[in-house]
Design a protein around this ligand. Structure first.
Ligand code: ATP
Length: 245
């Protein structure tokens, strides 16, 4: 198994307040790894620290090894260049721009580097999201919530990442759309990209993931194969119990 991301001793502070206790996370190539946990557990904080996207008020220590390269202190653009791509919780699209132009911005760095195959990648993205293709001339700001999430995912994929980091892709979406987004995440795995998926929807996340971590008040309290976590009594009681079907 080839390791892609190895995070160790990662700690984050906002001022004097510690939001993340020393944390270790691993993602192997081509695998889906999920981090589940309640509101405020530190999931976004962890993802942003790995992606180099913490706000200026945040500070981090520890190691983020990606393909053997330590990325601590490395700027976010550089992380994108080596194959990391983050879809933040707020999705951050350019509302007044067309769908297709939002996608093109996702490949901007590759375009700048003189790589010409962004058109091929656009085809890959349109195959995954036919709805985006239909709406390629539409202003991003007029898309539905689900379509916006698809566009955010599609734009991240335009950079041809090796690791896609998703912050609560199901947030604010209706159950049917959530189902569709998770089907897409499953399909993405077949393209070979590894996925680090932060979710409050533990049931859906554990269904698509290979491995999972449970984060509570800034610390990993449990980890294991996703199928084992889905059966773990503590996980069932706290995260799955009430909605178990
Ligand atoms: P949610 O699912 O609600 O997004 P989360 O697990 O992603 O929660 P974080 O957003 O990482 O949790 O927040 C972890 C803790 O850090 C919380 O107590 C939060 O209030 C705090 N925090 C997050 N961002 C900041 C910030 N920019 N400045 C100060 N404190 C912050």
């Amino acid at each position: 198994m080839m390791n892609l991301l190895t995070v160790s001793d990662l700690e984050v502070f906002y001022g004097k307040v510690q939001a993340l206790q020393p944390t270790a996370i691993n993602v192997d190539m081509g695998k889906i790894v999920t981090v589940i946990g309640p509101n405020g557990a530190g999931k976004s904080t962890m993802l942003n620290a790995i992606a180099g996207a913490l706000p200026a008020t945040g500070s981090q220590t520890g190691n983020v090894l990606f393909s053997g390269q330590n990325l601590v202190g490395v700027a976010i653009e550089k992380r994108v260049a080596v194959g990391m791509s983050l879809v933040p919780e707020k999705r951050e699209l350019f509302a007044s721009m067309k769908v297709e132009d939002n996608l093109l911005l996702g490949s901007y760095r590759r375009y700048q580097a003189g790589e010409k195959e962004y058109a091929d990648q656009m085809r890959v993205v349109y195959d995954l999201f036919p709805r985006l293709k239909e709406r390629r001339q539409q202003q991003a700001g007029t898309l539905s919530g689900g379509e916006r999430q698809m566009l955010a995912l599609g734009r991240a994929l335009m950079a041809k990442p090796r690791l896609l980091m998703l912050d609560e892709p199901s947030l604010g979406l209706a159950p049917l759309i959530v189902k569709e987004i998770f089907q897409i995440i499953q399909r993405l795995k077949q393209t070979g990209v590894a996925i680090l998926l932060v979710e409050q929807n533990a049931r859906a996340a554990l269904q698509v993931a290979d491995y999972g971590y449970v984060l509570e008040t800034g610390a990993v309290v449990l980890e294991g194969a996703a199928s084992d976590l889905a059966e773990d009594q503590r996980v069932v009681d706290t995260y799955l119990g009430l909605t178990k079907k």
